[in-house]
Design a protein around this ligand. Structure first.
Ligand SMILES: [Zn+2]
Length: 299
């Protein structure tokens, strides 16, 4: 089952208005309605997933799957942002509700990937939410990193920290990551070695292979700089196998960058490729790759 029926007993756990609200929203699906604002108030509060979240999200996924892309794209982005934090708030939610919720994420991963793969070109503002949302649906922590922390508008300012938790602000630019307030200073995108790529694939329901044709086309086009090509080749291996929560973070940056490179702008892609940049702590001088910064307690 993709979603809880509106007469399910589980709605009794939550505000009795919710099923009616979903019913009425289904008559007029848009990202600019009072109903959606009301639904959001029931499920989400500044980074916290409230108890009805797990029952409501499958309905929103169903709605996003059944409207045109110009409406669906904002719904998918919102769902991706909300879902990237879901792991923390599951403890008191009934098993049956969680099981439907988890199924709906697998459906969202496949459905949203298909819709994105069909688009010729995706506006970079949208794409920087939509592709990371796929990682949220796959329960990969990159979704949280990109949507909950990494990509703040307009320039991607963020906090990074060394292993001793010395934190400082940086700005993520298409030319590289620089300390906040420091002038842009072009860095070369690090190349990656596909031989380095090893992780236990276990996704037998791969929703990501719909992007393979496009990445093949890019790779065979022959005019791509070697460093970027190395990320695309790595992405091709991942796409053929699917994304699991175990995919190492650095490879998630390569994959997301490669998808942006193929379907959005080079600038948006480069922001992701620079996730491999080496940072130097301004307090103790430790050097570490940016892609590791989040793991010190931001999640
Ligand atoms: Zn330090």
């Amino acid at each position: 089952m993709l979603k809880l029926e509106l007469d399910s007993k589980f709605w009794g756990l939550y505000d009795e208005k919710i099923p009616g609200l979903l019913e009425s929203y289904s008559q007029n699906i848009s990202t600019d309605t009072d109903e959606l604002d009301e639904i959001m108030d029931y499920i989400w509060d500044a980074g916290t997933c409230k108890p009805p979240f797990y029952a409501v999200i499958p309905h929103l996924i169903y709605f996003a799957s059944n409207v045109d892309f110009d409406i669906a794209k904002d719904l998918w982005s919102n769902i991706g942002i909300w879902v990237c934090r879901q792991e923390k708030f599951r403890c008191s939610v009934p098993e049956e509700v969680l099981s439907i919720f988890d199924n709906s994420l697998r459906y969202a991963e496949k459905k949203c990937a298909e819709v994105l793969a069909e688009q010729d070109q995706i506006d970079s503002y949208d794409a920087l939410y939509l592709f990371p949302s796929l990682f949220s649906f796959s329960k990969h922590a990159f979704g949280y990193m990109a949507l909950g922390s990494y990509k703040e508008e307009p320039e991607g300012s963020d906090i990074t920290a060394c292993s001793q938790e010395h934190e400082y602000y940086v700005t993520v630019l298409p030319t590289g990551i620089v300390p906040y307030g420091v002038e842009e200073e072009p860095h070369i995108i690090p190349s990656v070695d596909s031989k380095d790529f090893e992780y236990p694939f276990e996704n037998n329901n791969n929703g990501w292979n719909c992007f393979l044709d496009r990445i093949e086309n890019k790779i065979s086009n022959g005019t791509i700089p070697d460093n970027i090509l190395s990320h695309l080749k790595l992405a091709r291996i991942i796409l053929a196998n699917g994304v699991t929560p175990n995919l190492p973070m650095r490879f998630a940056f390569s994959l997301c960058g490669s998808l942006l490179y193929c379907q959005s702008t080079v600038d948006s892609a480069c922001k992701m490729f620079h996730g491999w940049d080496v940072m130097k702590c301004t307090t103790c001088g430790e050097e570490y790759p940016f892609y590791e910064h989040w793991s010190i307690g931001h999640y």
